[in-house]
Design a binder for this molecule. Structure first.
Ligand code: CAA
Length: 442
């Protein structure tokens, strides 16, 4: 498995939007196969998710053709599948790839499947991005002949704002979600992102330090303070710039292999993560103007299915959580849905974790806090808010970080004795949820 990582993009206005996702996929596919000790010839299947910047018809077929994979595999069929569940796509693709392998049978079956995703939304101008990202929601509004203000630009932040406002107003007084608790999700994720050298946040901090000719190599992470998040310009009534998924270019590839091929090729070793359960569920593409009840249950439904299919596991069996966090409300709901706290307790949980961090910083005990498995075992790479969000790719980073945690390779951010990880991807405006549970092979 490999993470290509994220880049902010940039360049002159007229140059933007021309970054090739095919070149990015070519790179990550090659590194992924190299890392697994396999080659393109071994591939039986490709599962891809669509990209916003590239916009290709039949993404998996497009990329396999553009990369010349069919020519390299003349003796064996290559199955190409494209899945679109929005940001849930990588987790849906992981579950689909696992099914492709487990439903295959010996000689005619599939043994090696690559899940691929790339996007270059960081290289688009803000206008190019919003034109494309908003389009489908405007079409839906017009199709349904709804009033103009059913969807306004930027459509996605406004959709999440509607859910955020509903939850801010409807939570009970004893554990009412507060505006600051939403902001604290950014502080916590930013703290984790500060420990990951490839996060967009760390890259930006490093380039600022370089441009100031700074020679200090700080060992303690920098992070966004609550006052910084409070001061961030508002995008909607309840969401500021720092509370938006951070646009980025990026790509990643997962290589899935059957037990048979791992054993035949002597690639099998203790310490390979195995998919042991999964769940998926759906909701509407865009929230109604007046949300009157909790209609957004797909995350909880997918989590419950995943725990049940993994052999009736519960939250206590999981050490690491890769939870989708395109906006703070998505993360709060995921924290509640995976069972880390009861429904309605997400805000309080985040606040307690944030207060622990402040105390540790004050007392100089951050190193000790980081070894405590109960300290925010979520998105140790920084999530969409601080690591970076290349449209439908970011759940790949949740999976890659989970694999790093399971294999003890997440230097500086290690969750001790991580045996099981849960990964969650969300598509649209809480419209699709996909959850997978990974376990270390023994
Ligand atoms: N943290 C810190 N800084 C951030 C940030 C974050 N999370 N997000 C944006 N910024 C910064 C940018 O780096 C930029 O800084 P500079 O001015 O120093 O370059 C500044 O804020 C402005 O950002 P943009 O260039 O993007 O500016 P804009 O005004 O054109 O657009 C925006 C602002 C409307 C908030 C736009 O960034 C946006 O729409 N963001 C949300 C992206 C989004 O919706 N992603 C999909 C999430 S839903 C999902 O993931 C599910 C799915 O199915 C795909």
């Amino acid at each position: 498995m490999v993470r290509e990582g994220v880049k902010e993009g940039g360049g002159e206005e007229e140059e933007r939007g021309n970054v090739s996702t095919t070149a990015m996929i070519g790179d990550v596919l090659k590194s992924g196969l190299d890392q697994a000790g396999l080659t393109v010839v071994d591939l039986d299947g490709i599962v891809a998710v669509p990209s916003l910047s590239g916009n290709h018809f039949m993404e998996a077929h497009y990329q396999a053709t553009a990369l010349g994979l069919f020519e390299q595999k003349q003796d064996k069929p290559l199955h190409c599948h494209t899945l679109d569940t929005g940001g849930a796509g990588p987790v849906s693709a992981l579950l689909h790839g696992e099914q492709m392998i487990s439903s295959g049978n010996s000689s005619s079956g599939m043994d090696v499947v690559a899940v691929i995703a790339a996007d270059a939304v960081g290289s688009m101008t803000g206008k190019q991005f919003l034109n494309k990202a908003d389009d489908v929601f405007f079409k839906l509004r017009d199709e349904l002949k709804l009033p103009k203000d059913y969807v306004i630009c930027p459509a996605i932040p406004h959709g999440y704002d509607r859910i955020t406002e509903h939850q801010l107003l409807s939570s009970s007084s004893s554990s009412a979600l507060t505006r600051d608790q939403l902001r604290m999700t950014v502080c916590l994720e930013s703290f984790h992102a500060g420990l990951h050298p490839e996060s967009l946040q760390s890259q930006k901090a490093a380039s600022t330090a370089n441009s100031k000719q700074s020679s200090s190599s700080s060992s303690s992470a920098s992070y966004a303070t609550l006052s910084e998040v409070r001061a961030s310009p508002l995008v909607t009534n309840n969401i500021s710039q720092m509370e938006c998924a951070r646009r980025a270019d990026g790509a990643a590839c997962l290589i899935l292999a059957s037990n048979q091929v791992l054993q035949e090729r002597n690639l099998w070793k203790a310490g390979i993560p195995v998919v042991i359960g999964g769940g998926q569920a759906s909701g509407p593409l865009y929230p109604p103007q007046n949300i009157t009840d909790y209609t957004y249950m797909s995350c909880k439904q997918a989590m419950d299915q995943a725990y049940a299919s993994a052999g009736d596991l519960s939250v206590n069996d999981i050490q690491y959580f890769g939870l989708y966090d395109c906006f703070p409300i998505c993360l709060i709901r995921a924290i509640e849905s995976c069972g880390l706290v009861d429904d309605g307790g997400g805000g309080e949980y985040v606040q307690k974790q944030y207060e622990r961090l402040l105390v540790a910083i004050e007392n100089g005990t951050v190193e000790t806090l980081l070894t405590d498995p109960t300290f925010f075992p979520i998105n140790t790479h920084g999530g969409l808010l601080c690591y970076g969000a290349p449209w439908e790719v970011p759940a790949m980073f949740n999976i890659v970080e989970a694999v790093d945690q399971l294999q003890g390779q997440s230097q500086g951010r290690v969750i001790d004795n991580c045996q099981r990880a849960l990964v969650y991807g969300n598509g649209g405006v809480l419209s699709a949820s996909a959850v997978a549970i990974l376990e270390m092979s023994r």
